[in-house]
Design a protein. Sequence first.
Length: 366
Amino acid sequence: MSIYARLKLKTIINAADSYTIIGGSLMPPEVVQAMSEASRHFVRIEELHNEIGARIAQFTRNEAAMITSGAAAGLAIATAACLTGMDADIAKRLPLPGHDRTEVIIHRCQRSGFDTAVRQAGAVLVEIGNDDATSDQELEQAINARTAAIIYLAGTRYERGALPLDKMIAAAGRHGIPVIVDAAAQLPPVDNLWAFTQAGAAMVIFSGGKTLRGPQSSGLIVGRKEWIAACRLNGSPNTAIGRPMKTGKEEMAGLLAAVERYVGLDHAAERARHERFTERICQHLNALGFEAAREYPGPTGQDYAQAKVGMGTTGLLAGEAKKGLEAADPVIMTGITGDGQALLINPLHLTEDELEVVLTEIERLL
Ligand SMILES: *Cc1c(COP(=O)(O)O)cnc(C)c1O
C-alpha cells in the first residue's frame, strides 16, 4: 500500500503545471537513486557544496552555482548576498545589516507573493513603474547610494509593463549594482540555465522542484563566482539568515542528478511529445463538441504547448468541469483561463496512460 493510501489521501493526476501546492514535480529514478545513495553516509556538507556547485556550474555553463532549499530560499539568500558581500559580521546581523544599503528595486508589475523572501533577508523593496509601463527615468531615479540590488522576474508573463532585462542590466552595470533574475519556472528552454548570466545577471534562480524534476524542496542559484561565494556565506550550514532554509545532502545529490539529466535530455523530443499530447487532447475533445486548441506559452511563459479547452457545444461550464475533474479519484488537476471560460490541460507532467484517464474523465462529465 502506498504512503498516500495509508494516509487515506487521494493522489493527483497533474494536468496543470509544476505547482508547489500539489507536490511540484515527480523525480525520475536517477534522482531518487542519487538521494538514496547520499542518505547512506555522512559527508562534510561544505565539501559537498563545493563539489556539487562546481559540477552544476559546469553543466549549466556558469562560473559558479549553489543549491538551496527552493527558488524562494534562493531569493532570500541572493538578496542577503547583496546586503553583506563577503562581510561575515554583517551576515551575522541580518535581517538588520547595520547599514542603509538595503534597497532592492523591483517592477511594480513583477510583485508577487515571493517578494516576502526578499524582505526576509532585510531588504526594503522600491517599486518602479505601474501595471502597464515603466520608464527609463523611473529606473534612474530609483537608483541611489542605498540600492543593494535589482530583482527581475524572467518570463513573458512578467514582462508586460516592465523594462527589458538587458536595459536593467545595463543601468545596474553603470552604477555597479548586481541584478538578480528570478527564473524559478523558466525551463524549458534549457538555454535559460545560462542565457541570463551570459546577458550579465549576477545571480539567476531556478526551482529544483519544477521542470528540472529534482527534489521538491530544492533550488538553484547560478552566477558570478564572487556572488555565489557571498550566497554561501549566508546559507546553511552557516548559522546565518539561510540556516532555517537548510539543504540536506540528499536534496543536494538529487538536484545534481536532476540537472545532469535535464541538460542531457533530447529537448526536441520532449517538445515533440508535448505537441503530440496536445494534438491528441484537441482531436479527442473537439470530436465531443468542445472547442480545444493549442495554446502557447505555458502558464508562466515557458515555450511548451498546452491545450486550451473551451466548452463549445457541450453545455458545460469550465469552472464546473474543473470541479468535476477534481472530484475524480485520482483527482485530476487542470488549469483554467483567467476569464474562467476554458480549461487549460498541460501535458508537461502527464504519462501516456494518465492522458487517457484525463480524456475519459472529461468525457464522463458530459
Ligand atoms: C515557483 C516560483 C518561486 C518559488 O519556487 P520554490 O522552488 O517553490 O521555492 C519563486 N518565484 C517564481 C517566479 C516562481 O514561479
